[in-house]
Design a protein around this ligand. Structure first.
Ligand code: HC1
Length: 570
């Protein structure tokens, strides 16, 4: 360890960390806009400058390692004046539409300007950058006028997701974060995972806001507006609305959605169970018939987009099972519409997801099994938070409600853990093992697949049979394993891939600011739900059993194939 002094306080911290990290560990706040705990520091914004003994001039504390005996001052008049100057220069070239900005209230620039006590705009009146807004795709909007060149999006996309969509371009006043040849996102290899938006401190990259479309549907008396809500949202919506990260708010969330005016509130866990039924049987069929292995999960749309973009030769490894969002979409406008006596033409089907890429998934031409677009609108956790704030509900004091419909309301906790990396694999193994064993196995916790490591590998014994599995979260980890499959040296039977670090709990539409430490709390909350559940296997779900018996027929049967399976575009 290292002992140093920060603002006169002697602190002992681990070797190898930076001054900024040491200060935060010691309860001393140093402002920054480019630093992010999940990314390599870059020293781009210069807000974290401080005085350090022996250093020439002020140093960027996010990049400066601690040393024994070092004396650091973070609050001298020189430091304060320099930080304010940096902030004033940033504001001089930043739009002044804070009050109507999508990020109002969540903007790190806004908060930091307030924290630094900047109350006047000394440098107003000069030239300001002017870019056109890129809203060329259904998921993300890029508004470069709001970019402060912190480079978080570049580092997330390059270092973690390894998609390299963004880089710095041009020089001086014209500096910008650019895509290749300054193309729109829809013309570059973007998967719409939204990880750039989840680390952007301002509204320079943000989710496309579809909340007005949802309000319009709710207020249309001729429409029946139903929603499904994803596993990961129940452990993040509370956080979005000011509660502690990891708060479990399932019942309040259902009450809130009913209060907003949705005619039915369904749980995507139900169709996660359905996905397991189809995917689990597909896996067994591939094993028994010498089909293509490893089979890879297909529920994360950012991952599917990447596979289509970068690994079209390996698309046959993907399970043909639709994602739970897609499956519920087709079930709502067919089975449920029939049972409820509602014309599917009048249904507006809304999904609430932790994900920005789900907005594009529901536009896939393959996802129209009902004859209509199966899911009409997909909104993120952040957008739902916005709707609830507008509605004026006191979320924390809402009573709990149950999901709506006896036909399709129930989900197992195998479906719940879909929301975290390793969850789909664990849910599938629980079902596959029982099918192979022909009995209800008690040992159902596959802990080797849990946790936030980006790649987890294990050999598990499923009813006595050896199954080699891997679980990847992040597109960077996914590419490593796909490269190995392509090279013929990945000996696996079954792989789960999620595009976002941590899985859906870390989705691009989740509350901000975020970090792996926050994602860990969301993950632990999902496992707490699983621990407390009495229904922990998808195939034990009585409503799933009834759906197959009364309507769908067999898993992988003709009707299931038509409604619940998909194809990919090469
Ligand atoms: Fe996910 Fe899924 S778990 S993809 O991570 O398979 O978005 O939460 O809804 O569809 O169920 C996301 C989450 C979500 C689907 C399910």
């Amino acid at each position: 360890s290292i002992t140093l002094t920060i603002n006169g306080m002697t602190v002992t911290v681990p070797k190898g960390i930076t001054i900024l990290e040491a200060a935060r560990m010691s309860g001393i706040y140093i402002p920054t806009l480019c630093y992010h705990p999940d990314l390599k520091p870059e020293g781009a914004c210069r807000l974290c400058i401080c005085e350090v003994s022996g250093a020439k001039g002020l140093v960027a504390s996010c990049c400066y390692p601690v040393a024994e005996g070092m004396v650091v001052k973070t609050n001298t008049s020189k430091v304060r004046a320099a930080r304010r100057m940096v902030m004033e220069l940033l504001l001089a070239n930043h739009p002044q539409d804070c009050l109507s900005c999508q990020k109002n209230g969540d903007c790190e620039l806004q908060k930091m300007a307030a924290d630094l006590g900047v109350r006047t705009r000394r440098f107003d009146g000069g030239e300001m950058k002017a870019h056109t807004i890129d809203d060329s795709n259904p998921c993300l909007v890029r508004d470069q006028d709001k970019c402060i060149l912190c480079g978080r999006c570049i580092r997330m996309c390059r270092d973690v997701q390894k998609m390299n969509v963004y880089s710095y371009a041009r020089r001086g006043f014209d500096s910008m974060v650019s895509t290749a040849f300054e193309q729109d996102l829809s013309n570059v290899a973007c998967t719409y995972c939204g990880q750039c938006a989840s680390v952007c401190p301002t509204a320079a990259i943000r989710e496309k806001d579809d909340t007005e479309r949802v309000w319009d549907a709710i207020h249309d008396p001729d429409k029946v507006v139903v929603c499904q809500i994803a596993p990961a949202v129940r452990v993040s919506l509370g956080e979005e609305l000011g509660m502690e990260p990891g708060s479990i708010v399932t019942g309040k969330m259902v009450s809130a959605l009913k209060s907003l005016g949705f005619d039915r509130v369904f749980d995507t866990d139900f169709s996660a169970d359905l996905t397991i039924m189809e995917e689990g049987h597909e896996f067994l069929q591939r094993v028994q018939n010498g089909g293509i292995l490893p089979m890879i999960t297909s529920c994360s749309p950012g991952w599917v987009n990447m596979c289509e973009l970068k690994y079209p030769d390996l698309l046959d490894h993907l399970s043909t099972a639709k994602s739970p969002q897609g499956m519920f979409g087709s079930i709502i406008k067919t089975y449920w519409a029939e049972k409820a006596g509602v014309d599917p033409a009048n249904i507006v089907s809304v999904s609430i997801m932790p994900c920005t890429a789900k907005k594009a998934e529901c536009l896939r031409p393959q996802l129209r099994a009902s004859g209509y677009q199966d899911v009409d609108i997909s909104i993120t956790t952040r957008e739902l938070g916005r709707m609830l704030r507008e509605d004026g509900l006191s979320f924390e004091s809402l009573p709990d409600s149950d999901f709506d419909d006896p036909l399709v309301g129930l989900g197992s906790s195998a479906g719940v853990i879909f929301g975290t990396s390793g969850g789909v694999m664990e849910a599938a193994l629980r079902t596959v093992a029982d099918i192979v064993a022909g009995e209800e196995l008690k040992d159902i916790e596959y802990t080797a697949v849990r946790g936030l490591y980006q790649t987890k590998e294990a050999t598990v014994y499923v009813a006595g049979h050896k199954v080699r599995i891997a679980v990847c979260n992040s597109l960077g980890a996914a590419q490593q394993i796909m490269d190995r499959i392509r090279a013929g040296n990945a000996e696996y039977d079954f792989i789960e891939i999620m595009a976002c670090p941590g899985g859906c709990i870390g989705g691009g539409g989740q509350p901000v600011p975020t970090s792996m430490a926050i994602k860990k709390k969301r993950m632990e909350a999902l496992y707490r739900i699983d621990d407390a559940s009495r229904l922990r296997k998808s195939h034990d779900n009585p409503q799933i059993q009834a759906l197959y018996q009364n309507w769908l027929g067999e898993p992988l049967g003709e009707k299931a194939h038509k409604l619940l399976h998909t194809t990919y575009s090469r």
